[in-house]
Ligand binder design. Sequence first.
Ligand code: GCU
Length: 486
Amino acid sequence: MFTPQLIRWSVGLALVGLVVVPTGTKAQQQTTPTVTPRPPAVLSPEALERQKLTQEDHQRLMDLLHMTTIRRGRDGNNRESPFYANYDEAKANPFPKLPDPLVLKNGKPVKKAADWWKLRRPEIVEDFDREIYGRVPKVVPKVKWEFTKATNETAGEVPVINKQLVGHVDNSAYPQITVDIQLVLTTPADAAGPVPVILEFGGGGFGPGRGGARGPLPAGRDAGRGPAGPTWQQQVLAKGWGYAILNTGSVQADNGAGLTQGIIGLVNKGQPRKLDDWGVLRAWAWGASRALDYLETDKSVDAKRVALEGHSRWGKATIVGMAYDERFAIAFVSSSGEGGAKLHRRDWGETVENVAGTGEYHWMAGNFLKYAGPLNWGDLPVDSHELIALCAPRPIFVSAGATNGDGWVDAKGSFMAAAAAGPVYKLLGKKDMGINEFPPIETPLLDGDIAFRQHSGGHTPGPNWPTFLSFAGRYFKTPPPVAVKR
Ligand code: GCU
């Protein structure tokens, strides 16, 4: 007989595969020898319904792919598990040969920049579209930006103007779904002219302080606030720049059940995705591009100098957004891990199987599931170094915490991808990182147009903000910071 207690445990255990645990926990625990079982989550009826719909949609994709089994993801937090993530460098490169970004599918080498743009880049984009992140539909409804509210505030000690903006997506073709994109823009009130802006993927909405420098943080997130010292927003303002925060949840929900809603559901008129339809990361990146459309119209913003920034799953969205929209001038890709800057072919921390599982598959195209089933990581036609290469020649900063505290995201696998993107930057007349050896913790590589640094602060962008801002400062030459009014 199942007692209520037992039922709760078994429901909880059955759901463990669906729960996405904040990375810090997993990574921290890999250095802890004892294993503390997590109490099973007690889910609300709504959450249970979401899980059911998610599982059904995942199964539907597997059926479309004629997959009867899918390999299980790695365990991040249970050292005793046979599926415990690998943290042994000797075993980390089972597929050491990466696809060459400068060799065409027909085997011919790419020797001229023109051939990169005309021939090779489109091949790589097509592979990422079809197999990894999915395609943005040819026609996506227009977005009409509405300016809802402006307030004068001070962030730290800098007077700022906070603007709340809503991007209404035209839903006349399917009024059952409404998508209103939320964006908060903060610029220095005393700026002499248009300022560079850091556009961050984030959560929240228009709650108190959301766009300000001291806003509350969404659960489990660290928006880069060090134990002492200025917040990232204050550091940005100190350079005389502004920032904007895109609420990704207002574009597309972060789960599989939501794929028939949000912008993806709106375009599909409430129907489920095809195998090469866009996943959530591309939907979020699309939202950032629409936010940039708005920023291009705002006189306080220098839209030629907009940086994209995000951490963890939002770090993945950052690199995708940067790769696909050439208007973004620079990117700060923080702890993006698997599905982001980390090489899919690396066996360290999170793997393809985790992202192809029910808790995360919605980030990707349906086709991505194949690589955790009949196919393997080495069968992927492209890898993350080529995603970084799609950002060329624009500067990009790849950031992660070190293994002790951020092992799940694989700093070294991200470094290797950054290094392997170098030849494309060089072909386009830019500088690579200038090094192929993984540098010691906290050694910034800032001489090239691809930059890298691993910090020792765990799963957070925090310690790397000053490094990113000085890297960006090389490209965003600005007038001196605005005066502080007292
Ligand atoms: C999980 C997931 C990661 C992701 C992270 C986050 O740990 O496995 O891929 O980056 O959540 O976004 O917090």
